[in-house]
Design a protein around this ligand. Structure first.
Ligand code: SF4
Length: 244
C-alpha cells in the first residue's frame, strides 16, 4: 500500500464513538486505523511508540503500525507474574522484530501476595511505573495502544486521540473494533498471537489475575473475585507523565 504524506496536527477528538462502532464496517475500521497511525507517524516520527501488552489487541496494533512503517518502535511492559506462555511469546516477538521492541519490568520489592491484598498498588508498581519509565526513556510524544471501547464497562469512555497527560498524545487506533474484528484481522494477516487464547482466555494479564470466562464482558476474567473485577491496571487511567 502506498501512503501519501499528509501533514496534519494531531489533537484530541470528541466523537460519538458508540455510533462509529455500529456504523463502520470492518474494512472501513481497518482503513481508519491505518490512517490514524499514519497521520500520527507523519507528525511524531520516532517519537511515536507502540505499547505492546502481548495480547491480541496489541498484536493487531503492532501489525497495523508496521504496515505504516517498519521503522516504528514499541515497548513491552512485563511483570514477574506474567504467565510462562506469555513470557515465551514475548521472547518470540523480540526475535521476530530485532531491535524494535524494548522490554520494561519493575524489580521493586513487593510482597508476593500484594496482588491479593492490594491489586491496585501491585499494578501501580508492576505496570504503571514501568510504563511511565518507557515513555520517559524512549522520549515518547505519542503512544499507541490496543484499547477498544467494546472490551468492557471500564472502556466505553475513551476517544481515538486523547491527551490525558499534557504533551503526551495517546492514540487508540482500534478503539472502534469489535472483538470479532480483531480476530478477523489477525486471521486474515496470519499474525502470530499469544497461545493462551487457544486455552480459552479472552483478555490476558498476569497469571493470578486472569481467568477464563464466558460472559458478555470480554474483560470479566480480569481480577475475578476482587473489587477490581473487569477493571483496569491503571496505564489507561493514571497519569503517565509525572515529576520524579
Ligand atoms: S495484574 Fe495482578 S499480578 Fe499483575 S500487576 Fe496487576 S495486581 Fe499485580
Amino acid at each position: 500500500m502506498q501512503w501519501g504524506i499528509v501533514r496534519m496536527t494531531i489533537a484530541a477528538t470528541q466523537e460519538n464513538v458508540g455510533e462509529l462502532v455500529k456504523t463502520l464496517n470492518f474494512a472501513e475500521k481497518v482503513d481508519r486505523s491505518l490512517r490514524l497511525i499514519e497521520r500520527a507517524y507523519c507528525e511524531y516520527g520516532a517519537r511515536l511508540v507502540v505499547a505492546n501488552s502481548l495480547g491480541k489487541d496489541s498484536s493487531a496494533v503492532w501489525h497495523l503500525a508496521r504496515r505504516v512503517s517498519d521503522g516504528i518502535k514499541g515497548f513491552i511492559v512485563t511483570t514477574r507474574f506474567k504467565p510462562q506462555a506469555t513470557k515465551q511469546f514475548m521472547l518470540e516477538e523480540l526475535e521476530r522484530y530485532p531491535g524494535r521492541l524494548k522490554v520494561y519490568e519493575s524489580t521493586a520489592e513487593i510482597s508476593d501476595e500484594l496482588y491479593r491484598t492490594d491489586p491496585n498498588r501491585c499494578c501501580d508498581v508492576l505496570k504503571v511505573e514501568p510504563t511511565r519509565r518507557a515513555i520517559e526513556e524512549m522520549n515518547v510524544a505519542c503512544w499507541v495502544t490496543g484499547l477498544r471501547c467494546t472490551e468492557g464497562r471500564t472502556r466505553t469512555d475513551f476517544q481515538e486521540i486523547e491527551e490525558r497527560d499534557e504533551g503526551l498524545i495517546k492514540l487508540n487506533p482500534i478503539l472502534l473494533w469489535h472483538e470479532r474484528e480483531v480476530w478477523q484481522y489477525l486471521a486474515l494477516h496470519r499474525v502470530p498471537v499469544n497461545p493462551l487464547y487457544g486455552a480459552g482466555y479472552r483478555s490476558l494479564g498476569c497469571e493470578p489475575c486472569s481467568s477464563i470466562t464466558n460472559g458478555p464482558d470480554e474483560r470479566s476474567g480480569r481480577w475475578l473475585g476482587t473489587s477490581k473485577c473487569g477493571g483496569e491496571c491503571g496505564i489507561h487511567t493514571r497519569p503517565l507523565k509525572v515529576n520524579r
